[in-house]
Every structure is written in C-alpha cells, then in structure tokens.
Design a protein around this ligand. Structure first.
Ligand SMILES: [Zn+2]
Ligand SMILES: [Zn+2]
Length: 259
C-alpha cells in the first residue's frame, strides 16, 4: 500500500470528481492521502473532507505564496488544529521563486506556524523554494526540530540539494519526493533521492500539479503516487514493496496515527 503525503483534493478541479479519484486510489493501492491546507478561507472544505472520509487526513496552515489572505495567529492555528483528523501544521515555509521583494512577512508567517507546531506537538509541512538557507535558519531559530523540542515534520516536494536534505534530517524531518523526481531533467534531484535513506523519506503527488511520468503534463491525483514509489524503487534497486512499506510506516510514525 501507498500513501500520498501531500495533495490538494479540495481544489475545484479535483473536488469535482472525488468518487473517480477515490476509485483510482483504490485501483493503485493508495490507501490514504493527506489533504493540505493552503489558506484559512478554504480550511473548512479541507476539514470537511477529512471529517467525511476515513482515509483522508488534513492539515491547517497558510501557504507562503498566498499574499492577499487572512494572516493566521499562533492561537488560531492551535485552535483550528484541535481535531483528531488534523495531523499537521502547514503548508508553510518560504518561497523566493514565486514572490520577490521584501518578504519579511513570509518569514514572520513561517515563524507563526513553527510556534503553533511546537505548541500542539503536530508536525510541520514545509514548502521551500529558492530559499533553503533562510528556511533552515528559521527552523533552527524557532526550534522546529525534534532535537530542539519541536515536533519535526516534512520538507515537502523536495527539490533542494543533498546538504539541505541532510540538515533537515538532522532536525528530525522527513524528505518528501513528488513526481518531479521522475522527470528526465531531474538528474540532480534523482541523485539526492538515491542518497536519502528510505527511513527518512515520504512520497507525495502535490496534486493537482506535477503529475509523475508517464502522466506528465496531465492533471495529477493521489492515485498516481504509486509512480513516484516505483521510480524511487528502480533508482535504489530495491523492490517497490519495500519503498511502499517504509514510506507508509514513516507516514504513520510522523503524523502519530495508530494503524
Ligand atoms: Zn508546496
Ligand atoms: Zn502543496
């Protein structure tokens, strides 16, 4: 069995075809998916999915790319996460690729999420793009890591260097690979995936974006996470069952769920 550790099935293009998406998950032995919150106005829909469906978990957070959106407070995130199916805080982090200029507000928003994670003991889902130095620095300053009394978490849709992966792993974070790792052009990332131990790894789709090969360019969905697992298995020269088993175990361990 496989788990999609990061998807956005509440986005309209996926939410409109849920029965079909759930069928596809079952067909591909994808047993669970984590629907990740990107802003507060959409959070009720994310929570509703987790409430209605046993195999869907959810998070609460405000994405670093969302500019004109209500800013969350630590207290608000703590209160909204007080639900058994809300298993993580995020997605949060930094993105200096999509947005430029004075991004102090983005760093402040990131700190708020880390404080909520520490207060609740729920792990962080971290997005980092063209900003890894500041991301790691703020994680350290705010004590995000399990080595600093934090709840740890996951570096989602990882596209950074091995050094960044190792710094995150040292703080008790998992590295999550998406369909990007299957792209022909992703040689450097494939080398990183080869070096990151399965014990520290999660897999995800980040759907509806970034469909893995052989579905590249089409709409992505949680059922396709199997292709990420298959690619990593062939990269490492191990049976796909081993990748499935270990990443599933990692998921339940990180998000603190009984199986
Ligand atoms: Zn992201
Ligand atoms: Zn995402």
């Amino acid at each position: 069995m496989y788990i999609d550790s990061h998807c956005h099935i509440n986005f309209p293009e996926l939410a409109a075809r849920l029965p079909e998406i759930f069928d596809k998950m079952a067909e591909n032995k994808v047993t669970h998916a984590l629907c990740v919150s990107v802003d507060l106005p959409d959070f009720p829909q994310v929570l509703d999915l987790a409430d209605r469906y046993d195999h869907i978990y959810a998070s609460v957070g405000v994405h670093p790319d969302y500019v004109d959106t209500p800013e969350p407070s630590v207290e608000q995130l703590v209160a909204l996460s007080n639900h058994p199916k809300i298993v993580a805080i995020g997605e949060t982090g930094l993105d200096y690729f999509r947005l430029t200029g004075d991004l102090e507000w983005q760093r402040e928003r990131f700190r708020v999420h880390i404080r909520a994670s520490r207060a609740t003991g729920k792990p962080l889902i971290i997005h980092t793009r063209a900003s890894s130095e500041d991301t790691i620095r703020i994680m350290q300053e705010e004590g995000a890591g399990t080595n600093a009394g934090g709840a740890g978490g996951v570096m989602h849709c990882f596209t950074e260097s091995l050094a960044v992966a190792e710094a995150a792993i040292a703080m008790g974070f998992y590295i999550s690979f998406s369909g990007i790792v299957t792209f022909k052009s992703a040689r450097e990332l494939q080398a990183v995936a080869l070096a990151v131990p399965l014990e520290n790894m999660l897999i995800e789709t980040d759907s509806p974006y970034l469909a893995p090969v052989p579905h590249r360019g089409k709409m992505n969905e949680p059922g396709l996470v199997r292709h990420v697992a298959e690619f990593i298995a062939s990269l490492k020269g191990v049976p796909v069952e081993q990748v499935a088993r270990q990443t599933t175990e990692n998921f339940f361990k990180l998000f603190g769920m009984a199986r």
